[in-house]
Ligand binder design. Structure first.
Ligand SMILES: Cc1cc2nc3c(=O)[nH]c(=O)nc-3n(C[C@H](O)[C@H](O)[C@H](O)COP(=O)(O)OP(=O)(O)OC[C@H]3O[C@@H](n4cnc5c(N)ncnc54)[C@H](O)[C@@H]3O)c2cc1C
Ligand code: FES
Ligand code: FES
Length: 1354
């Protein structure tokens, strides 16, 4: 074999430590490098930086890069996503990871301290990334503005907290918050809204402080790591030599001079230039692009030069988009407005393009050359007549950045040996106007569905079009220019006639077929003309100013521009990005409660500080164990097919590949017949697991799966949607039904009847930590240790045992913490654990299995999509007399939890309403999609939306406000539910009333109506929803729990219980309980992990009941211990805890106790339709106000108020965190989270690019949460309530507020007010529902004439 050439040395610093890498592999990213310690003799292993998506879309892997900038001669600090940074690009830079910022062992950084103490961490998986984004911000701005903070965190996703506390921690460093900054002092503008209820000492004392600001260390910039002097020297005397790094498959060449780069480009014309790697990187990862040679111009300073000339700006192609943003902002501040119109349009889009990290990495050149069809900048550069300055050995050349270039026409493109040196962006002129528009699923960190840039030049002193440019993105394979239309409009005057003509021409020219990639075809067509209309109005407005500024009075008289009515002006304003404000209020503990008793106090999450420093260990942070192998999964590419053959031979020959694990290797049971762990001879969905490849490394295992051939024979039918399933009579289980009263008779007596449909899409869990497991086989007695990220270790243990055909007692399952579960880690981890265990037994070696985000989203299923039909009979006063609801959920291909979800759905459908005659029916459909499973709320968030949609429809028919109809039909006195369980709705009514009162609902409704009268293109909506949420499982056995408490001879206490730490703070609450019971501080106690070896036969941590039942078990164990200690304590009443423990030990008193809780009684008899299925209810209410843009469908959340009955919260910080996090997750379900499936059942949305969970800009601008005071329940531990899931449904208040705004728009436009309710209320749905002249003018395709890109499955 030929000897590989010798690589140059790659030198960079990590956390102040020099790294010299002699064999740098260009395919290795910084994330892998930091986490894996793959370099011999270099113990790097920094696992604080997390993997969550691998595509730059979530920010979990954020680190800070510091670099000497030869142009400005300053050191630049900026955040990057380590998953997209090739290590070879790091030569000469310093990297700071979360470990370099601070540590619990040495010194915490204020950013770390504050995010933890302000309760900004729950599962903690996103926290290191959040810390690093804030840290990088503070390295550049000691006192950033609110805007800078929002910008810095825009690229970081968190699935748990709802962002509010994260932002709050950042705000403590900011200067110019719009609030008066005295929150919690009682003097704050927001505190005043608490109706003066913050008087100290009283029983009803309401507190709005969840943390003590005074405790925080000040930010001291002198403590930060300095830029390594060695790197400074290297940068100031740059080496001109070309550096080359040879990897196994790829060579990285980094020339030191421009001339060398040009020579290399001649030698390797096919080799791409890597700048930010934000385009190349994802394409190499997900689209299989491969480049054996990569050229890096990172050391060529000529590509970073910025020149300002009299006619424009020339910006080096190597400048990052963040730098471009600063350059443009500077020019805008220096130049007269008329010259900066193109720059303003670019700046506007740069504010929402990706997240801060991507803007820091991505280069202007890379952006332009990538020519993505969705590019936000290329349309503006094209209409702004930008030019590209190219360079090759032949010399310089300039080409226009026009549509031909963007379409990739060879005649208008770079030659293979050319590079882009810089981009010239001319100034705009006096009578020239430029605008840019973009519409995406979310306002921040989301690729646009459609964007547009438009420029018009008027003949001086007139409104006659001299030149016009219109370009669109997202509506074709490249940026598309409406050139012909523009030509035809030259010479036309700027008026309505021109607009109509322009719309017609543009729709003709920019045509989008019905089957276009990405779907949303009618929406995109509508946006094409809606943007044009916005531009028309903007220009009309501007023209007035121009005429005033520049024209002779005579021209001003000559040209009478059409007046825009004030009502239409709202089309022009973009929604601002506002820093959320708000209060969190809860009842202070009784003043007599001893200070050392932590129950009821806002104690920080036990792992909070470790989350913030990256020292909290998650499953994949466990160091590589001896002889460890990696497993990658092969999944079906067919939705319904017979497996004819499998061929592993090629894969098995690849280097590092050890084995393939198939169903044939399973010694015990392969799941169940209907739901096998590994497919046998048939597959039932795309994404079903067929086999696992085991190799020495993850890279080898993943490469091997690409070399496995599986031959299928398609089977019929392929059922994807609920509609199809009903047609094929394809169901997973029998119908579930509950009935009360006489529904048929009642329908005959009512004033009115309405029938309707509701469609609710599914939801991806999107826990930040994907599914992962490490199985370590022991050498003796078939024992296995399993480290797994699960909500149910006992289920993993049991499944592994039956799969391997060994007793359960040989398997020990351990869970330290889980990076988010939300129901998605109840059932699935057992499958991954079992498959990995089969591999471990087969190979005799430990197996690690870590799912990529794409695979996780593809394989694991999520919330059930639902289709509901309702028929509701009511009196004209809004009193509902009869309600008949029939629901179908899309269960996917196997039963999983679908039967239980159907049951819960039916049980919970009535929500807060007392309706005498009811019939609820539900069925789970069997389709050829991955099996759907448990998800926070377990059917309630879907079902209750149907009920609330009915109520809204009734209100519309009666001409009453929906809240009146809600109130009229709500339970009011002690009563029985549809399943005859008695309950008292007193606190439900209190929550509802307080919510309306605190939100000033009625006066705001009046203001909303007034706003709507005055604005045609923007509409506000307001809605309040009540909630009765049942907690727990419908079976007593599921409520049992156990705990094991050991006291050691030094007095320290180890608490173990059956609950898993998922971020919900269960361990913190358990220590609060133990501390109260044992009367010793929490600092004496510790929880190490959840393990099947210490507490066996546990129940899944789910159904909001974890802290209740495990708390009772911990309490029981502590009480047993205390009872044993009593004689010792009595004997020495003055003694200290440690003395008593020592004495007890000497007296042979056992210092270990098992606590047990037998469970709340719960049962349901489906035959009779009655039972006591739930131990108790959580009541709540939420009110939300939104504003929609009728032209684009986007919305802003103006305000949300939540009142929740938590009774006596064990920990108000944690409980408020659960409510807020669940609310934001619910808001995602109902507004932005949209799964896209092909007609063949292939899930398209498999990354944060395609599936949008809420980001930081989605938090309501004012967000108030209060826990209802003076509420008690005798049933639960210390009268607390489980709040994990209930907040989810309250997110629907945003949905109904949007529906309210849409209904107003429809009323005004004289379109039928009732329309089929579809969730999520995406911009597409909102825009299309706000029917107007633009939705009418677009072409519509006959559905029979094309195959759509995606189809609805609900
Ligand atoms: C998470 C995420 C979100 C995003 N969101 C948005 C968004 O909202 N809107 C949007 O418009 N874009 C978005 N993008 C795309 C982003 O703008 C581009 O990926 C980026 O601008 C490419 O720049 P780069 O430096 O990373 O290019 P690279 O990936 O390094 O290179 C891309 C291509 O450009 C070529 N190239 C680079 N420089 C030169 C040069 N000087 N001369 C010749 N060829 C060159 C390379 O050969 C390569 O083919 C997003 C990307 C990510 C990862
Ligand atoms: S893991 Fe890097 S951005 Fe998501
Ligand atoms: S705390 Fe942010 S993802 Fe869990």
């Amino acid at each position: 074999m030929p000897c590989p050439p010798q690589s140059d040395e790659l030198v960079f610093f990590v956390n102040g430590r020099k790294v010299t890498e002699r064999n740098a592999d260009p395919e290795v990213t910084l994330l892998v490098f930091l986490r894996k310690n793959w370099i011999l003799f270099q113990p790097i292993r920094l696992t604080g930086t997390k993997y969550a998506c691998g595509r730059g879309g979530c920010g979990a892997c954020t680190v800070m890069v510091s670099k000497y900038d030869p142009v400005s001669k300053k050191i630049r600090h900026f955040s990057v996503t380590a998953c997209l940074v090739p290590i070879c690009s790091l030569h000469g830079v310093a990297v700071t990871t979360v470990e370099g910022v601070g540590s619990v062992r040495t010194r915490l950084h204020p950013v770390q301290e504050r995010i933890a103490k302000i309760h900004g961490t729950q599962c903690g998986f996103c926290t290191p990334g959040m810390v690093m984004s804030m840290y990088a911000l503070l390295r550049n701005h000691l006192q950033p503005s609110d805007e800078q903070l929002m910008e810095a965190l825009g690229g970081n996703l968190c699935r748990c907290t709802g962002y509010r506390p994260i932002l709050e921690s950042g705000k403590t460093f900011c200067t110019d918050s719009s609030c008066c900054q005295q929150k919690g002092s009682g003097k704050c503008c927001l505190d005043q809204k608490e109706n003066g209820s913050s008087s100290p000492g009283g029983k009803n004392d309401i507190c709005t402080e969840l943390f003590a600001k005074e405790e925080f260390q000040p930010l001291d910039p002198t403590q930060e790591l300095i830029f390594p002097p060695e790197l400074l020297k290297m940068a100031q005397n740059p080496e001109k030599r070309t550096l080359t790094f040879y990897g196994e498959r790829v060579t990285w060449i980094s020339p030191g001079t421009l001339q060398d780069l040009l020579e290399l480009k001649v030698k390797h014309p096919e080799a791409p230039l890597v700048l930010g790697n934000t385009s190349l990187g994802p394409a190499m990862k997900s689209q299989g692009h491969f480049h054996p040679i990569l050229l890096s111009p990172a050391r060529i300073s000529e590509l970073n030069i910025v020149t300002k000339t009299s006619d424009g700006l020339t910006i080096g192609a190597g400048c990052s988009l963040a730098q471009v943003k600063d350059i443009l902002a500077e020019s805008i501040s220096e130049l007269p407005e008329e010259k900066t119109r193109t720059y303003r349009a670019l700046l506007k889009h740069l504010q929402s393009l990706a997240g801060q990290q991507i803007r820091n990495m991505a280069s202007l050149g890379g952006h332009i050359i990538s020519r993505h069809c969705y590019s936000d900048l290329n349309p503006i550069l094209a209409v702004g007549n930008a030019a590209l300055n190219l360079l090759s050995e032949e010399g310089p050349r300039q080409i226009p950045l026009n549509t031909h270039f963007l379409a990739g026409l060879a005649s208008a493109d770079l030659k293979p040996e050319e590079i882009l040196e810089s981009v010239h962006i001319p100034h705009s002129q006096k009578w020239e106007l430029v605008s840019a528009f973009r519409q995406a699923q979310c306002r921040q960190n989301a690729l646009p569905d459609v964007n547009a840039a438009m420029r018009v030049l008027f003949r001086e002193d007139t409104d006659t079009i001299e030149d016009l440019g219109i370009a669109y993105g997202g509506v074709g394979a490249a940026t598309i220019s409406a050139q012909k239309s523009c030509q035809q409009l030259l010479g036309r005057r700027w008026n309505e006639l021109m607009l109509d003509e322009a719309c017609r021409l543009v729709l003709d020219e920019v045509c989008l077929p019905g089957s276009a990639l990405g779907g949303k075809v009618e929406f995109k067509r509508t946006l094409i003309v809606s943007f044009l209309f916005k531009f028309y109005l903007e220009v009309l407005q501007e023209l007035k100013t121009l005429v005033k500024q520049f024209s002779a009075p005579v021209s001003a008289l000559m040209y009478r521009y059409p007046e825009i009515s004030d009502r239409f002006l709202s089309a022009l304003e973009d929604f601002p990005v506002a820093m959320p404000q708000g209060i969190q209020a809860y009842q202070r503990v009784d003043s007599h409660q001893p200070l050392r008793d932590p129950v009821g106090r806002p104690i920080m999450h036990l792992s909070g500080l470790k989350h913030a420093t990256g020292e909290a260990v998650f499953c994949d942070d466990i160091p590589r164990v001896d002889k460890e192998l990696f497993m990658a999964l092969v999944t079906s590419t067919k939705a319904h097919a017979k497996i004819i053959s499998t061929d592993f031979s090629e894969a098995l020959e690849l280097p590092g590949v050890v084995d393939v694990v198939t169903a044939g290797d399973i010694l015990g049971t392969n799941g169940t017949e209907d739901d096998p762990l590994l497919a046998g001879d048939k597959v039932l969905c795309v994404g079903q697991i067929i086999c696992g490849v085991v190799a020495e490394t993850d890279v080898q295992a993943k490469r091997a799966i690409e070399n496995i051939t599986i031959t299928y024979e398609d089977l019929e039918p392929v059922i994807v949607s609920i509609e199809d399933a009903i047609k094929h009579n394809s169901f997973l289980c029998p119908e579930k039904k509950l009935e009360q009263g006489n529904i048929e008779e009642a329908f005959e007596k009512v004033d009115q009847i309405v029938e309707g449909e509701v469609h609710i899409g599914g939801q991806e869990h999107f826990y930040m930590e994907t599914q992962r497991v490490l199985v370590i086989p022991k050498t003796e007695d078939k024992e296995l240790d399993i480290y797994v990220s699960t909500q149910d270790p006992a289920h993993v243990q049991k499944t592994v045992a039956s799969t391997l055909n060994i007793p359960i007692n040989r398997i020990s399952c351990r869970v330290k913490r889980v990076g988010g579960g939300f129901g998605g880690k109840v059932g699935r981890p057992a499958v991954f654990g079992a498959i990995a265990a089969v591999g471990a037994v087969k190979t005799g070696r430990p197996i690690r299995l870590v799912l990529d985000r794409e695979d996780d989203m593809l394989i694991t299923g999520g919330r059930h999509p639902l289709f509901g039909k309702y028929k509701v009979g009511f009196m004209n006063n809004g009193r509902i007399k009869a309600l008949d609801i029939e629901c179908y959920i899309n269960g996917g291909c196997t039963l999983d939890d679908s039967e239980l979800v159907t049951e819960f759905l039916i049980l919970k459908l009535e929500n807060a309403y007392k309706i005498r005659n009811l019939r609820f029916r539900g069925r789970a459909c069997m389709t050829h999609l991955p099996s759907n499973t448990a998800f926070r709320g377990f059917g309630f968030p879907q079902g209750a939306l149907v009920t609330e949609a009915c109520v809204t429809a009734v209100a519309a028919k009666c001409g009453l406000p929906p809240e009146k109809v809600r109130e009229k039909n709500m339970y009011k006195t002690v009563d029985k539910t549809i399943y005859k369980q008695a309950f008292n709705p007193e606190t439900l009514i209190r929550c509802w009333k307080e919510c309306l009162e605190k939100s000033s609902f009625h006066s705001r409704r009046v203001r909303v109506e007034e706003f709507n009268r005055k604005n045609y293109w923007k509409k506000k909506g307001i809605a309040a929803v009540p909630m009765k949420f049942s907690v727990g499982f419908a079976a007593t056995g599921y409520h049992q729990a156990a705990a094991l408490v050991h006291i050691y001879t030094d007095g320290s206490v180890l608490v173990t219980h059956g609950g898993n730490e998922l971020g919900q703070g269960i361990h913190t609450k358990m220590l609060q309980v133990a501390s109260r019971e044992l009367k010793i501080p929490m600092s004496h106690m510790h929880i190490c992990e959840t393990s099947t070896a210490t507490v066996p036969n546990t129940i899944a941590t789910a159904a909001s009941i974890g802290a209740d039942v495990n708390g009772r078990a911990v309490q029981n164990a502590c009480q047993i211990l205390l009872k044993r200690l009593e004689p010792v304590m009595k004997k020495n009443p003055e003694g200290a805890w440690e003395d008593w423990i020592q004495a007890a030990f000497e007296q042979r008193i056992s210092l270990s106790a098992t606590g047990y809780f037998r469970g709340y009684k719960a049962f349901m008899d489906w035959e009779k339709g009655e039972g006591d299925p739930f131990p108790y209810y959580v009541y709540g209410a939420a009110c939300s106000e939104v504003e929609i843009d009728c032209l684009t469908g986007t919305h802003r959340k103006i305000r949300t108020d939540i009142v929740m009955d938590a009774c006596c919260s064990l920990n108000p910080a944690i409980d408020i965190g659960q409510i807020e996090g669940a609310f934001i997750q619910g808001m995602g379900l109902y507004t932005t989270e949209e799964l896209q499936y092909s007609p063949e059942g292939v899930l398209y949305s498999r990354s944060p690019d395609e599936y949008k969970i809420p980001t930081i800009t989605d938090v309501p601008e004012e967000f108030n949460v209060s826990l209802l005071p003076s509420s008690q329940t005798p049933l639960t531990i210390y009268s607390s309530k489980g709040l994990g899931e209930s907040g989810m449904f309250l997110g629907s208040s945003v949905f109904f507020a949007i529906a309210d705004a849409v209904a107003t728009a429809r009323r005004e436009r004289d379109v039928a007010e009732d329309f089929t309710v579809k969730s999520p209320a995406t911009p597409e749905r909102v825009r299309m529902a706000c029917a107007d002249r633009f939705t009418e003018m677009i072409p519509r395709d006959d559905p029979k004439t094309f195959k759509p890109w995606s189809i609805p499955i609900a």
